[in-house]
Design a binder for this molecule. Structure first.
Ligand SMILES: [Zn+2]
Length: 613
């Protein structure tokens, strides 16, 4: 029997330990990175256009008519939502006010959209409207009409077999089809979609897309044929705001044989307040779970987990820096946190992996004065002068450049998504590299946030709003996300490192819980928008420029569509919804992303799309 000799068995673990210590030392002493001069190799920024109609909607006589009722202020949301949707889709349209107009010439149009509830406004033309549908017209009820005599006379032509009295309350929606990508079988809005609907039974021949998700299972959205025409009926008064534009667009598209509209095709993932000063000491919940202080938790748990998530979904992180969390509002403005090494370490990895670093704030006080009356709402102090605000922003830019010398700072995220109008004006003047401002898409309740559309502002800055926030997006955010996948093929998401520490924002979840929730959510996002491009904020902004300027004009027969793109530069992305099956395309490529929905990449301003016969 051979006797084990000495400590030789220690050699292997010891050498592993020494190697690990060395690797850690190298890593902590700063990571090297290189950034190419042009951070995006696939696109470059377009020069600003002034005094032109960048919406690019063609001058041809519109074939889509939107009827609205200026007397019905209460439901104006339906009209606004329909208009914003058509504008995003570049559908040329005309608007007529039914409370003022005389005779409407339906025969001049192919599609009519009703955005008002009092059908009696068009009482004298309602039979004419239905006759127009029978002869090939396409009619969308974007909001359910009131249950009046005007409806009683026509409901059997709308796919309804029985209409009860009055209106009934119903909750939520359940998708019976994949009307929006990734939604089949899903339920949304039990707590935020409160329909006041018509009590209807439907004919078996209609195609039902949405029902209420409550016990009623009430029909909420269906399509039906009438003679040679089509009707899409929304039996709800709820889809009247920004979060529902995708659904309105999808409802419109059900009327058409082929719909082709420009999209952004971008998923941008932000980490706000990162890198930023990390608090010293312990957080009870973190220490209980990981027996680490806050700094060690971020370094050894949170960041490796975020790296795993990035790798799994091929994300490019867009992060925005903060110098201090002190409410310092008077100069000198300078970096005092003493965490330069950590900052360079985290930022270096972000850049190494194709991400982007942008600006958030010298501190976390929104750029507003006392007279704006805005900072007070969130208990922030107000800046004593514009001069001080500007100085703080210049300091932030200079500090960022000293930490990351090769990184141009082209992106700004307002702190707490608040940006006062005056600061919005001067910010591009003092930040010469600024190209994109990323705030939020949806208005918040109670918070006077800087609300954006996906657009180019008059000063050339690209407005690139974020749609979804947090590690565990709620059902409302997911609803909005599904709508935006359909309308813009875009996901814009932000998280904060310190949501993990804040028991209000994390609603009592542990980091493990939050991480798994984010993973699950992203799995849904990326399976709902296959082939979407993961872009940095600046790359996304260039994609927005191309989206905003692009406007398709198309003529379709049974076998093909001839597409002409105005405002085409170097690439264009479009979605096409059709029940036809595309078989070939010239000057482009297509990918199916959902039933009847195709993502098209255009390589030239004219395309020919052929369909299977
Ligand atoms: Zn922040």
């Amino acid at each position: 029997m051979k006797k084990r000799n000495g400590f030789s068995w220690l050699l292997l673990p010891l050498s592993i330990l020494i190697f690990l210590a060395f690797a850690l030392f190298i890593e902590r002493s700063g990571i090297s990175y290189t950034v190419s001069q042009n951070p995006s190799s696939f696109l470059s920024p377009l020069p600003t256009i002034t005094n032109t109609n960048i919406e690019g909607i063609s001058a041809a006589k519109p074939k889509c008519l939107v009827l609205f009722d200026s007397e019905s202020g209460l439901k104006k949301g339906s009209f606004d939502t329909v208009l914003a949707t058509l504008e995003s889709m570049k559908v040329p349209h005309t608007e007529i006010n039914v409370s003022q107009s005389s005779r409407i010439r339906f025969e001049d149009y192919e599609t009519v959209i009703l955005t008002f509830v009092q059908l009696s406004r068009i009482d004298d033309q309602i039979d004419e409207l239905l006759f127009w549908v029978e002869n090939g017209g396409k009619l969308l009820f974007a909001i359910r009409p009131d249950n009046t005599a005007a409806l009683s006379g026509i409901y059997p032509q709308l796919g309804i077999t029985a209409l009860g009295p009055g209106l009934i309350k119903a909750n939520g929606v359940e998708f019976l089809t994949k009307l929006l990508p990734g939604t089949a079988g899903m339920q949304f809005g039990e707590s935020f979609i409160n329909h006041t609907s018509l009590p209807v039974d439907l004919d078996e021949s209609v195609k039902l897309h949405l029902i209420s998700s409550d016990i009623l299972g009430l029909p909420i959205l269906w399509q039906t044929e009438l003679g040679n025409g089509k009707v899409v009926f929304i039996n709800s008064d709820q889809f009247i705001n920004k979060s529902s534009r995708g659904l309105i667009g999808a409802a419109y598209s059900l009327l058409q044989d082929v719909v082709i509209y420009p999209v952004i095709n971008a998923s941008v993932f932000y980490i706000d307040d990162f890198p930023a000063p990390i608090p010293e000491g312990k957080n009870d919940a973190i220490f209980r779970q990981f027996t680490r202080d806050i700094e060690s938790f971020y370094l050894n748990v949170w960041w490796p987990d975020m790296q795993d998530i990035k790798d799994k979904y091929n994300l490019k992180y867009s992060t925005v820096i903060i110098e201090t969390y002190e409410h310092k509002l008077e100069p000198p403005f300078e970096y005092t946190a003493g965490q330069e090494d950590l900052l360079k370490y985290y930022g270096g990895i972000v850049l190494r992996d194709g991400g982007e670093i942008g600006l958030h704030g010298f501190n976390h006080v929104p750029l507003c004065l006392e007279e704006d009356g805005i900072n007070q709402v969130l208990d922030y102090p107000t800046w004593p002068s514009i001069r001080n605000m500007k100085q703080s922003v210049i300091e932030l830019q200079q500090f960022g450049s000293s930490m990351f010398p090769e990184q141009p700072f082209t992106m700004y995220v307002p702190v707490s998504n608040i940006l006062c109008p005056d600061a919005r004006k001067w910010l591009p003047e003092i930040l010469s590299d600024l190209k994109v401002i990323a705030s939020v898409y949806l208005p918040y309740e109670d918070v006077p946030a800087y609300i954006q559309e996906f657009t180019e502002a008059e000063d050339g800055i690209v407005e690139f709003p974020r749609i979804v926030a947090g590690y565990d997006p709620d059902n409302f955010m997911q609803w909005t996300a599904a709508n935006e996948i359909w309308l813009h093929y875009t996901a814009g998401h932000f998280v904060h490192p310190d949501d993990v520490l804040d028991s209000y924002r994390n609603q009592g979840s542990t980091w493990t819980g939050l991480r798994d929730a984010l993973d699950k959510y992203l799995l849904w996002v990326y399976s709902s928008m296959p082939s979407v491009r993961n872009l940095t904020a600046s790359e996304g902004a260039m994609a927005v420029q191309r989206f905003v300027r692009l406007s398709p004009d198309y003529e379709c027969s049974n076998t093909q569509c001839n597409v002409t793109l105005s405002g085409f530069y170097d690439e264009g992305w479009l979605l096409m919804r059709t029940e036809k099956i595309p078989s070939e395309i010239t000057n482009g490529a297509f990918t199916q992303v959902a039933p009847n929905l195709y993502l098209i990449e255009a390589n030239a301003p004219d395309m020919l799309i052929g369909f299977e016969e």
